[in-house]
Ligand binder design. Structure first.
Ligand code: GDP
Ligand code: ZN
Length: 325
């Protein structure tokens, strides 16, 4: 008998997809029927992790609804017939200059950006670029400062300033340690009921954190073969994991940053929430907040109401505009 249903893509292996009817975690394989093209999309992958898809499957008469695990195998894989509209998605350019893009994940409830004040030292322009990208794609962000066991005392003032700047801009900031377990329960709670993206530069402890959240997960398996592929072609396959405490996470191995897409110079400041707010007082619209007289953003920076670091990240992005389109 042929059944129809709706499920979420949790993995793409190249030859097929794995689907599950979330919040159940019952994986079954699926393939694409013919060509599914999304209108106006230049993405190299029409279906991404997190996509909600409609499928059809031929199953034995006694198969239960939902739990297709075991009834749908690679031999009678389900067929993806269409993709539901996405509430959001995060994409990456194949290269900075390329027009082609790759959808990393769709339908994200939140992105957790993992960072460390030190070990490795934080690169604020890079963090700010990630934040802008998440704003562009409409993904709410929580910043997770890992390894606080290493720098809470030695970098007390920086830590305080960090909270002030980023919480002031509207981003929750959590302090955790994958090593001591501090803050892990709070992070688990924040993941419950959500599909979350986990992102961060290598070395910040993203893998350790995922393991601390759920010891049955080991995102580093396969790391070597992934590293092997880098630079040759960019088909990194992202994957969704189920946390035993509830919620789903999409890990982004080897992801240094996602390129900004179609952002014009005058648009960049719209994605710095604190600048957007201050810009209501600018004399000119649009205002690039650089040379214009009566610029309320510049005044706020001078008054210390907007962080100079954030402003200089913004200037850096204005300079680089064009490289990411
Ligand atoms: P990833 O590259 O972001 O996945 O980072 P890893 O999880 O591989 O961690 C990088 C290094 O930082 C490893 O040596 C970890 O043991 C260490 N590490 C991770 N989390 C913590 C932490 O909370 N505190 C301390 N002191 N070290 C950590
Ligand atoms: Zn201005």
């Amino acid at each position: 008998m042929t059944i129809k249903g709706q499920a979420t893509v949790v993995k793409h292996t190249g030859s097929h997809y794995l689907l599950s009817e979330l919040p159940q975690w019952n994986l079954f394989p699926a393939v694409l029927r013919g060509k599914i093209r999304l209108k106006g999309s230049t993405a190299t992958n029409p279906v991404a992790v997190g996509d909600i898809v409609n499928y059809e499957a031929d199953v034995p008469e006694d198969a239960p609804a939902g739990g297709l695990n075991g009834y749908v195998t690679l031999e009678n894989a389900a067929v993806i017939t269409s993709v539901e509209p996405r509430k959001n998605y995060i994409i990456r350019k194949s290269t900075n200059l390329s027009r082609q893009s790759h959808i990393i994940a769709a339908n994200l409830d939140r992105a957790f950006i993992i960072a460390t004040i030190d070990y490795p030292e934080i690169k604020l322009p890079f963090l700010d670029r990630l934040l802008v990208t998440c704003e562009v794609y409409n993904v709410p962000v929580t910043i997770v400062l890992n390894k606080v066991d290493l720098y809470r005392e030695s970098h007390k003032e920086m830590l305080e300033a960090f909270h002030e700047i980023y919480e002031g801009a509207g981003y929750p900031v959590m302090e955790v340690s994958a090593l001591t377990g501090e803050g892990i329960e709070a992070l688990r709670d924040a993941c419950k009921g959500n599909v979350s993206l986990f992102s961060g530069v290598s070395g910040v402890g993203k893998s350790s954190l995922i393991k601390a959240l759920d010891p049955s997960l080991d995102p580093r398996v396969g790391e070597i073969s992934d590293a092997h592929l880098q630079g040759k072609h960019t088909t990194t396959f992202y994957e969704m994991y189920a946390l035993s405490s509830g919620g789903f996470i999409v890990d982004t191995p080897g992801l240094r940053g996602f390129g900004l897409v179609d952002l014009k110079k005058e648009e960049i400041a719209l994605y710095f929430p604190e600048m957007l707010k201050a810009s209501e007082g600018c004399r000119f619209t649009p205002c690039t907040h650089t040379h214009e007289p009566g610029c309320a953003v510049k005044e706020a920076v001078e008054a210390g109401e907007i962080s100079y670091d954030r402003y200089s990240s913004y200037l850096g992005m204005l300079d680089e505009e064009g490289k990411y389109r």
